[in-house]
Design a protein around this ligand. Structure first.
Ligand SMILES: O=C[C@H](O)[C@H](O)[C@H](O)COP(=O)(O)O
Length: 225
């Protein structure tokens, strides 16, 4: 028996999975909503759907593999027809904060390679302005103190992400700061400032990378384009 929140994730996942067509190269994002997408794509493979997946995290790769999805290395991929991914926060302008699970770097590569990026989410993630969810920033360990200082200079409050007592380590062997910038008035400007800091591998502000957001809201799915 799944609860109503899980049911919403499942509904929106089914809608998104319908968009995958035979022969597509499909970017597979990460997170609990994406897990439902992968399960549904696995079911459609049994019905004869043929496509190649590209994973945005090791966890997604393992799950996709277990559902019989044929996979291609991200590093060997030069184009993606459609990608599906989750988000931690979004606005109607299709700006996102991602990386709550730590997969932001590969997710941003997938989104950047994709002709069509679909976000699957529920209504709790919709905000008027980004910033209630701290912006995940993946930092190379040797740049830890330097990057921390730069983030504070930008007005942020960086908290190193922990996994039990240890620093959380990404699939790329790096640390993550969750940075509270308060309400983010201009996500494009902040994204550009973060892009300019040496030692940051990637950040979770996704600006102008999304084609469509599918949001579960009770029994219906609302689309933002
Ligand atoms: O790093 C993780 C990703 O950005 C996820 O897509 C994001 O955290 C949303 O995950 P969920 O669907 O579990 O809320």
């Amino acid at each position: 028996m799944i609860d109503s929140k899980q049911q919403e994730k499942r509904e929106v996942a089914l809608k998104a999975a319908e968009l995958v067509k035979d022969g597509n190269i499909v970017g597979l994002g990460s997170g609990s909503t994406m897990d439902f997408v992968i399960v549904e794509l696995g079911r459609r493979i049994k019905d004869g759907l043929q496509f190649t997946g590209v994973a945005s995290s090791l966890k997604t790769e393992r799950l996709a593999d277990s559902y019989g999805i044929s996979m291609q290395e991200l590093g060997m991929t030069s184009g993606i027809d459609i990608s599906i991914d989750g988000a931690n926060e979004f606005t109607e302008q299709l700006h996102l904060i991602k990386g709550g699970g730590g997969s932001l770097f590969r997710e941003k590569i997938v989104a950047s390679l994709s002709n069509n990026t679909i976000i699957v989410t529920d209504s709790t993630k919709k905000v008027n302005q980004l910033g209630q969810f701290g912006v995940p920033v993946e930092v190379v360990p040797s740049a830890y103190e330097f990057v921390k200082k730069q983030l504070i200079k930008l007005g942020g409050n960086p908290i190193i992400r922990k996994s039990l007592a240890e620093n959380f380590i990404t699939d790329n062997g790096n640390f993550v700061f969750d940075v509270d910038f308060g309400i983010i008035g201009n996500p494009a400007c902040l994204a550009q400032q973060l892009d300019g800091i040496v030692g940051i591998l990637e950040h979770g502000l996704f600006v102008s990378l999304t084609t469509k957001i599918l949001m579960a809201n009770g029994n219906e799915v609302v689309t933002f384009t």
